[in-house]
Design a protein around this ligand. Structure first.
Ligand code: OXT
Ligand code: ADP
Ligand code: MG
Length: 570
């Protein structure tokens, strides 16, 4: 173990792994850590706080990890999550994998047990080969074995998380390293800040001309904004591209608000029409994955050509041929397109046809939003929420569930960039409370989380984290008593696998955990409770009582649901 412990002359000032790790993170601008402590990382939390930084301590590492990943998405700096070994690490790994899938920069740091015992499988405390288990689930998995390598490891983790397509990085730290000492002066010298960790990547001029020619020749062009475009933080450039060219745009879920949903060129309310009828689609930071029906089939109608802006070269042609790939960072690519498209004719006829369709859809929806029902449904409840939130454009909206997710995405307008966090690429339930914590912490502004009752259950105990840190978070639980619906009949002598205890009172749950709680049975009561909660800034749960029969199986993705037709009672 000679290489673990540096020999230092007597009287020389010492530092150790704990201190070097903290100094490396601080030097690189990290101020908030999300995590859950215990052997061997407990000291990290205490020391981090004692140094004047913030440590947000969770009840389950998965939620801490989701918080870190959302912090990364919102700030364009890697979010950091710290966990204990084996089980804590595995809980955090779900979030690291989700971060990587969603292209959010995140660093998961876990303590691990001693190599010599793990490698011989001799049964150490929480023994697990974490380094290798993490590897397929993130961009890179590194272990630090020597204190003098902490600086370089942190920098490699940051550069890996941020550069190219952002994603997750795992840093494995064997327990003993934390207390291993070395000369403080040498240690200090080993720390540094990376130069330009997410460098601009300019698109090739020939690729720009190809894309410009294609767009100029289009009769019905469409810009499709993805969460990569929101992440890129070049909001003004994207808005300028849209306004200068007059091309209609439609946002993917988390790109809502990058350019306001109320912008006259927003085609979201004519989504199916523009996907089908457009002839050239300019994808900006959006993958042609399942959320876009892989770029083919009924959703996309007839022949279509794609321009795709992405930093990841092998994303191109992943599903359908891309006529004009633009490989580079979004800011550079968008500005190159702006220059090339200066003075090009605007597709005014196409835009007015879209506006006409969108206005029709909006009018139909408006009726649904104001139609009273004996028990609230998704539309009149969300309509009430929407009217309140119009006056709070800078809150972050966190949204999870199935019907709750799909209807809220449709009904609630977003006005500003990066103000919507949801279940993302995997459609994962459980991001709710972790995301709410991160959004409140990183933006310093109030958060409203609209969660299905099933979705909320995945991270419910973090509501105590929210009350403990006294964060301005309002959680609206769309309580329909089940997954998708709450009216499924129980099989004989059993409880249905899709429903919850109808006696559940989420408002009382909030009060039990030190927050405010309100039960809302009408749209008026819901609006009043939300307004009061936003004014008070106090953690609140609003238990919104929704008709158990109001939802549909799997929300708007029922087409993906697999059912057996064999042996079903007629
Ligand atoms: O143009 P058309 O006519 O098509 O109309 C579109 C727009 O034009 C229109 N629109 C508008 N109209 C008027 N005005 C305005 N402003 C406007 N804007 C738009 O609206 C429609 C729809 O527009 P949208 O949404 O843009 O388009 P569309 O076609 O729906 O988009 C397609 C998609 C695929 C992009 C979109 O649907 C999408 O993003 N979907 C994401 C779906 C998703 O990820 N769902 C979550 C997973 S479901 C399931 O797996 C669940 N589980 C299993 C599970 C999971 N997920 N995770 C884990 C860890 N374990 C298990 C579980 C357990 S969901 C779930 C819990 C569910 O129960 P809950 O109690 O939580 O929730 P409830 O269902 O509420 O009970
Ligand atoms: P959505 O789910 O909203 O459709 P995706 O997560 O599928 O969005 O796509 C995001 C895409 O954005 C990824 O392919 C990623 O490589 C890309 N991306 C992220 N940041 C940048 C950036 N700064 N420049 C270029 N591409 C980026
Ligand atoms: Mg439900």
């Amino acid at each position: 173990m000679k290489n673990d412990i540096q020999e230092v002359a007597e009287g020389v000032e010492l530092t150790d792994g704990f201190h070097l790790l903290m100094e490396a993170l601080e030097m690189n601008g990290i101020t908030n850590i999300y995590g859950l402590l215990g052997i061997p990382v407990t000291e990290i939390g205490r020391m981090w706080q004692a140094r004047g930084n913030k440590f947000f301590s969770f009840r389950n590492e998965q939620n801490a990890g989701y918080a870190a990943s959302v912090a990364g998405y919102l700030t364009k700096k890697p979010g950091v999550c710290v966990t204990v070994s084996a089980p804590g690490f595995l809980n955090g790994l779900t979030a690291l994998a989700n971060a990587t899938t969603n292209c959010f920069p995140m660093i998961l740091i876990s303590g691990s047990s001693e190599r010599e015992i793990v490698d011989l499988q001799q049964g150490d405390y929480e023994e697990m080969d974490q380094l290798n288990i993490a590897r397929p689930h993130c961009k890179a998995s590194f272990r630090i074995n020597r204190t003098e390598d902490i600086g370089v490891a942190v920098v490699r983790a940051i550069r890996t998380a941020l550069s190219g397509r952002p994603g997750g990085v795992y840093l494995d730290i064997p327990a003993r390293l934390f207390s291993t000492t070395m000369s403080a002066e040498e240690g200090q010298k080993s720390l540094f800040v990376p130069v330009d960790p997410a460098p601009a990547q300019l698109p090739a001029p020939s690729a720009v001309s190809r894309a410009v020619d294609l767009i100029k020749g289009a009769k019905k062009p469409l810009i499709l904004l993805g969460k990569g475009a929101a992440y890129a933080q070049c909001d003004a450039d994207i808005k300028a591209l849209i306004e200068e060219t007059g091309i209609p745009f439609t946002p993917m879920s988390m790109a809502k608000g990058l350019v306001s949903d109320t912008h006259p060129q927003c085609a979201a309310a004519a989504r199916s029409m523009v996907l089908q009828e457009s002839d050239v689609v300019i994808l900006i930071g959006a993958r042609l994955n399942w959320l876009l029906a892989h770029g083919k089939g009924k959703t996309w109608g007839g022949a279509k050509k794609f321009v795709q802006i992405d930093i990841q070269a092998n994303e191109i042609d992943s599903n359908v041929p891309i006529a004009a790939p633009l490989i580079g960072d979004i800011e550079s690519c968008v500005n190159a397109l702006r220059a090339g498209l200066k003075g090009a004719a605007k597709p005014t006829e196409w835009m007015s046809a879209i506006a006409e369709r969108a206005n029709g859809t909006k009018a139909k929806l408006a009726t649904k939003l104001t139609t009273a029902t004996p028990v609230m449904n998704y539309f009149n409840s969300l309509g009430a929420i929407r009217d309140v939130l119009k006056n709070y454009p800078d809150i972050t909206l966190v949204n999870e569930g199935a019907n709750t997710l799909d209807n809220a995405r449709m009904v609630i307008d977003q006005y500003l960039p990066r103000k919507r966090v949801d279940t993302g690429t995997w459609g994962v339930m459980g991001i709710g409370m972790g995301s709410a914590v991160a959004a409140a912490v990183e933006t310093g502004k109030p958060v409203v989380a609209i969660c299905g009752d099933s979705a909320f259950g995945f991270s419910a105990m973090e509501y105590e984290t929210i009350t403990r840190y006294n964060l301005p978070v309002t959680v609206i639980i769309m309580n329909n008593g089940g997954i998708y619906r709450g009216d499924e009949a129980n099989p004989e002598h059993q409880v249905s696998c899709m429903i919850f205890n109808p006696k559940t009172k989420y408002d009382q749950f909030s009060i039990a955990l030190g927050g405010e709680g309100v039960r809302a049975e009408t749209p008026e009561a819901l609006a009043k409770a939300l307004e009061a909660s936003l004014k008070s800034g106090k953690p609140t749960i609003i238990d919104a009582i929704i008709d158990p029969a109001a939802g549909v199986e799997s929300g708007r993705i029922g087409n993906l649901n697999i059912v057996s037709t064999i042996g079903k009672k007629k």
